[in-house]
Structures are given as C-alpha cells and as structure tokens.
Write a new protein. Sequence first.
Lengths: 218, 257, 204
Amino acid sequence: MIALLLRDLKLAFRAGGGFGLGLAFFLIVTVLVPFSVGPQSSLLSTIAPGVLWLGALLACLLSLDRLLALDWEDGSLDLLATAPLPLEAVVSIKALAHWLTTGLPLVLAAPFLGVLLNLPVPGFFWLVISLLIGTPAMSVIGTFGAALTVGLKRGGLLLSLLVLPLYVPTLIFGAEVARRGATGMETQTPLLMLAGITAATIALLPFASAAVLRINLR
Amino acid sequence: MSIAAKTNTLWEYANPRKFLATSERVLPFFWMSSLLCLVVGLTWGFFFTPDDYKQGSTVKIIYLHVPAALMAINCWLMMLATSLVWLVRRHHVSALAARAAAPVGIVMTLIALATGAIWGQPMWGTWWAWDPRLTAFLILFLFYLGYVALWEAIEDSDTAADLTSVLCLVGSVFALLSRYAVNFWNQGLHQGASVMRAAAVTGADTEEKVSNIYFYPLLLCIIGFVLLFITLVLYRTGTEIRARRIKALLARERLNG
Amino acid sequence: MTLTVTDLAITRGGIPVLEGLNFSLQTGQALILRGPNGIGKTTLLRTLAGLQPALNGTIDGAEDRIAYASHSDGLKPTLSVVENLTFWASVFGTHDIQPALDAFALNELSDRHAGNLSAGQKRRLGLARMLVTGRPIWMLDEPTVSLDKSAVQMFADAVRAHLGQGGSALIATHIDLGLDGAVLDVGPNKAKPKPIDDFDGGFL
C-alpha cells in the first residue's frame, strides 16, 4: 500500500505529472474574480470565502480525469486488480495520493489567495480549517467519479457532470464554515456537518468506487 | 403452496417476453384512466373551484405543480428500487425500467420547476429564489442529467446498467444530504408542501370544507399523474426492451457472420 | 496445485464467445493457447485471472496465484526500470528484483526511464514484471510482440526456468517458443448461439 502511495506521489512530481496545475488554476481563478466583479474591497471581502471554496473545488475537479485513466490506459489497473491488494485499498490510496498532491496544496495556498480577495482576518483560520476538512471528501468523491468514467473515451466532461452534484453538500457546509468564520458567527454546526460528510465518504465511498472499477475492468 | 406460486409470479415479469405481453394488455387501461383523471381533475380544478381570496386564480397552477413535483421525487425512488432489483437479482427489465423512467423524471422535474416559477412570479415577485425546496429540485434535476448521460455514454448494456445503478444508489444518498444542506443554508420562502397541507398552503382559511374544495380535484390530478407516469414508463420500458433485443440480434448476427 | 477449468463458458460484452472449455494446467507445465483472431483468447485469460466473471463453469486453483500480463505493459514512462520493477515487487509482496533484471538483460538499462526505452525493451521490462510477482501461474497475452529473436529466446528461457521451479504458464501466442508445452486450440469451443426464440431475461 505504501508502495502504491509513493509511486503515485513520485509520478505526480515528475515531469508531466501535473502537480501544480491545480494550484495554478486556483490562482488564476482567484485573480480573475476581481476582474469580473470589480475591485471594491468591501464586495471582495464579502464573497472571498465562497469564491475561494469554489476555486478550490474546481481546481480539484480539474485533475480528476487523470486519477485512474492513466493506470487504465497502460494496463496497470489490470495488474493491480489481480494483486494481493484489495481494490478498495487501491482506490483509497489513489484518493489519498490525489489529496496530497492536489487538495493539500490548495489548502496551504488558500490563505495567500485570501489576501488578494481581502478576506477578513478572522476568516483565514476558518477558511484553512474548512478546506482542510472538506478537500479529502472532494478527493474521495472524485475518485468515485473517476472510477465510473474510467473506460470512456471522452470521460472528462461527463466526469464533471457526475461529480459536481455530489460536491453540493460539501461545498455548502464548507463554504458556510468559511463565511460564518469570516463574519465572526458561530461555526460549530456546519463544521460538524462538514466533518461528518467527510468521515462518512472516506469510510463508505471506496466500496462503491471499487465496485464500479471492477465493473469497468471486466 | 399458493403463497409460493404467488412469489414466483412476481418475478416472472422480469422476463422481457412476459413483461411485454402483460404491459400491452394493461396499457390501454392505464392511459385511458390517466387521461380521464387528468381531464376531469384539471377541468374541475381550473373551472369549478373558486379563486383564492389572497392568491386569486394563480392558485390553480397547484393542480400541475404539486403532482409534477411529487412524481419528480417518486420517479427517482422508483429508479432507486429498480436499480436495487437489478443489482441484486440481475433482471434486465428492472434495469431498463430505471433507464426508461429517467427522462420522464426529468420532464416532471422541469414541469415542477417551470410551474413553480410561473406561480412564484405573482406570489413572491420573483421567477426564481434560492429557496431550499427550489434549490433541491434543481439539484435533483442535475442528478437526473448525470444519470441519463452515464447511460448514454456507455456502450455495453450490462456495464451501463451496473454503473448507473451504483450511481443511482450513491446519488440518492447525496441528493438527500443536499436536501438537508440547502435547508440549513437558506431558510426560504416556500411553505410546507405535504399533500395534506397543500390546501392550507393556498391561503384558504382553517375551515376544512374550504380546503376540501381544492383538495379533491388536486387528489384526482395526483392520481392522474401517477397513472400517466406508469403509462409512460411501461411504454418506454417496452421500447427499451425492443431496442435491447435489436442490439442482441445484431450482435448475434456479427458473431455468426 | 493444479489449475482446473471445468465446462467454462465466457462472454465478451455480454455475448458468449467460448463455451465448454475443459482443461487443466499442472505444475511445471506450459499450455499454448491457440485460435483465430477474435475468438476470445484475451477474454479467456482475463476470466481466468479473475478480472471478469465467467458465464458458467468452474475455475479451481486460480485464486491469488495468477500473474496476468495483458497487451499493455503497465509501465510508467517517468519511472526508471528499477523503480517500475520495485513497485510491482512490493505490491506483490516480494523484494528481489535482481533475477528479473538478469533474466531479461535489463541491468545496463536499469536507470533509464521506461519512457526512453524502445518498444522491445519495454516489452522485456513488462515481462520481467511476471518474475517479480512471485506468482506460480503466468498468464501471458501475446508476450512476444515487438521482441527480437534473442529477446524471444530470453523469454523462452525465463518461462522454462519458471516451469523448472514448479510454476506453470498459459501463453496465447502464434509463434513457436520451443517450449515442449501442450497446445490448447480453443477454435472448436466457439460458442454456438442459442435458438432465436429462446429470448428471455438474458436477451441472448
């Protein structure tokens, strides 16, 4: 299991691995927002938590189609499926690798982008906390979507269509935590809901992902 | 003995041939009775119930709005049930029924959203508000779209049935979660909307007989929509079965040729 | 342990392709799988490897004992030869990749990235994966594609050594490897379509 994780991380950091693409996308989206809504700092600071959450979500989505497709194309998945490792573990590791290479950098970059959008000072802490708790769910749900569409030629667009509705609860609660945090309101309820969703998806969704992957492999 | 015989017959309809034979026999009854219910219910509702003292005649859109909204949700529940039957018992008809129902569900969702907007304009002064109930329907619409798109995208029929069934299962959980999430996110304008309260929603007074004026035609419309839904799904499932058979015959031809 | 296949029927895309397959693969034995293109050799190997369910029949003695090599090599172009092999070795719980490097003459290529290898070299690396899995039954699908004469010899030697150590192999190939293995021709097992009026729940 460690070997698979290390390999995926290594692949992500080597040439053509796509590491940093999501981060760059996140930066660009954040920079484009003031161009589209205007530079008034009061407006920007109001929408900053939501915009940053949406940007992180889209950046996460961007890298999903490579998550399993590369291993599918070169036949690695066939061999992994016959390996002693259960497929549930394979998809969990894949999701973890995705989070480490995409989700975690987004979490770490978010405060700096928050500065660009005039995020109120108390908001920084809650933005990071909410992203830290929310992004793992996005990786796990994204892995499910990637497993559903792995055998398809033009799976990218379909993947977005399938995954985005599944992101709704995470986005709502996550952005709510960041928004309430930024305005100094209590954040406990949405934070607990967000954590609950993340915990439940991490615990249960890999079984569904492995099941659809098995169906796609046959 | 007789009980055993009965349980056998239920699954017999999973045989495409048996299903087609039976559905062709019962279809005329279903479409005629749905037509009857809808014509009577809508005429009664539109022309023979009084205008609401607060909402005027706009209230009458309830005869389309409420049944369509009910069917939009129940259609998804039916797809969930048939998907489970497919995953557990591998009956092809069950998977095809889920596939056949999805576009009907999309149309019902659209009717509910459109009539809601038309009703909302005079009542709330806006075509659209990010009210939890409206938002939840919009999300349901997205789930329907993804489900249908996945069916369309996959070449192999059994693989498509398997994957869409799992998506339906997982989607149901997330749709439910979204429902609670949007409730939390925005309290909203839309009032409670169970069938029993529907009459009260129209602003009619607490007097039961006034509510009943709206309730009976509404009930008739709901029954009509249910029957219409069954009719459409039976028709469409028949079409799907025939399409599958054509596909199977072509594949058979290729194998021999 | 013997791999025993009894009355096996397999499908591709929901359509039966082969039926009535009966054979067994003993320890130390190689079986050469033959049959015209499109008959279902790949499907058979995938079914035996447990990647897809059989239509009916039984497969005994395959559980967790098969190493399957498909047409594609499962290599990562940005990892070196050693990294690729080490990865597969640790996934399958073995450690020593040196015998595999030796058997396919990959020692002087060991630090090259797999993406920089020629097609034949890639294929050799792909086959070397079989060695590091430590699995007793090899299932190989057209293993000699893009291999030159000496590489084919290397491969045949590796298979012979594997058989000598109590392994076995099922190989779909059209060239003569010089192995004294039995030939399994699946041509006669082509599935016959059911009568047209037998149109039931399975659609075929």
